[in-house]
Write a protein that binds this ligand. Sequence first.
Ligand code: HAM
Length: 410
Amino acid sequence: MRDVMSPDAERQRAVVDVFADLAGRAGYGHLMSPILEDLGVFLRVGESTDVVTKEMYDFEDKDGQRIAMRPELTASVVRAFVQHNPTNLPWKIWYEGPQFRHEKPQAGRYRQFSQVGIEVLGSDDPHVDVEVIALGWRFYEALGMRQVSLLMNSLGDESCRPAYLEALTRYLLDRRTDLSERSQETLDKNPLRVLDSKRREDQAIIAEAPLMVDFLSEETGEHFAAVRAGLEALSIPYEISPRLVRGLDYYTRTTFEFASTALTNAQNAVGGGGRYDGLAESLGGKPTPGIGFALGVDRILLACDDEGCFPEPATAPEVMVLDLVGGSEAIVLTDQLREAGFRADRTFDGRSMKAQMKVADRSDAPWVLIVGEDELAQGQVTIRDMQGDAGQTTIDRGDVITELKTRLGA
Ligand code: HAM
C-alpha cells in the first residue's frame, strides 16, 4: 500500500469535491459506512469472484468475529439499506473512500485505492439506470476528460439467464481442453467469468461463444432498450459490449464500464457498475432492485495526467511572512492573513534574512511580507514581489490586507 502525498492528496480530494457537488445536486445523500464489515456481507455477494475469494483482507477480531476490510462498497451500502430500512424510495446515496484488495500492485492497480460512487435502491425504472450512467458520464466531463468510452451490456435476469448459462456452459465444456488452465478452473465455478479472460489461448473460443444479448427475455430486452434510448436522448455515446461481464457476482440486467482510451495499460477501466436486483434479498432484506457504480479515483487521475486535464490544485501559499524580530508580530500578522482568507505561511526559528528568503523562494509564494525591526517601530511591513517586477516597498501595517487583495487580484 502506498502513501498519497501532497499535492496528489489535494488533487484526490478535489476530485471527491466535484463528485460530491454533482451527486448532491442530483438528490443523492452522503453515506459514510464503516471500512470494516462482517465477512459474511461480502461472502454472500461474490463467492465465485477473485475479489472476494482471493483478494479480500480478512481477519478475526478480538471477539473472534470474522471481519473483512471492504473490497468494494456496494455490499456495504445494501447491508446498510437492509439494516436501516429507509422508507423514502428510491433511496439514493453517494459515497467515497478507500477500498482494499490484495492484488498484485502495478500502475493503476493498488491494494488500497479510492472510489467515489452512487447507489439507488428501490426502483427498477430504466430511467434510474439512465440517471446513474449519465451522472458518471457528466462527472468525467466535469473533470475535463474527453477520452472515456461507455461500454454497455445486459446480463439478463432470472427469467433468461439460466437458459443462457446453460448454453454457454455447454459450449465451453465442449471446448474445455482448449481453454487455458485458469479458465478451466473458472468454468467450474462461474462460466460467465470465462468471457472476461484476457489470455491469448482463450480468445478464439470467447469470440464464438453464445451471447447473453441473444437470450434476453422480452421484458429484459425492453428494459435494456429503454436504457439505451434514454442515453441517446441525452446524447451520451455508448458501445454495446456483449462480452462485458463484471468482476462481481451480483449483477443483473444493465451493466456498464467506463474505459479510458488515454490509459494504454490493461488497467483502463476508470469505473463500472450495474444493476443488482437480487442483492438486498440475499443480504436478508425484502426483494429490492438496485443499481449503482463506483469510479476509481487513482486511475481517473492517471487518465487525467495522460489527457492533460484536471491539474493539481494550487497548494503554494499566496503570501509568506518572514519574521526578523521574534515576539508576537509575525504570529498576529499570519493569523490575520489566514482569517482574511489568504493561503498564508511563515518562517520559523529566527534564522538570518538570507535563510528566510530561501524558504520563501522555495515555497513559490508570489508575495512576501517582512516583519523587521524598523518596520515594526514605524507600524509598517515590507512587501516584496517574488515573481513579478514590482520590487519591494513598505506599507502601513493597517493596509496589509487591502494591499494584498489588490495585488493578488492583479
Ligand atoms: P469494480 O469494477 O470492482 O466495481 O471497481 C470500480 C472501479 O474501481 C474500477 O473501474 C477501477 O477504476 C477501480 N479499481 C478497482 N480495483 C482497483 C485497484 N486495485 N486499484 C485501483 N483502482 C481500482 C465495484 O467496485 C462495484 N462496487 C461497482 C458498483 C457499484 N456496482 C454497482 N454499484
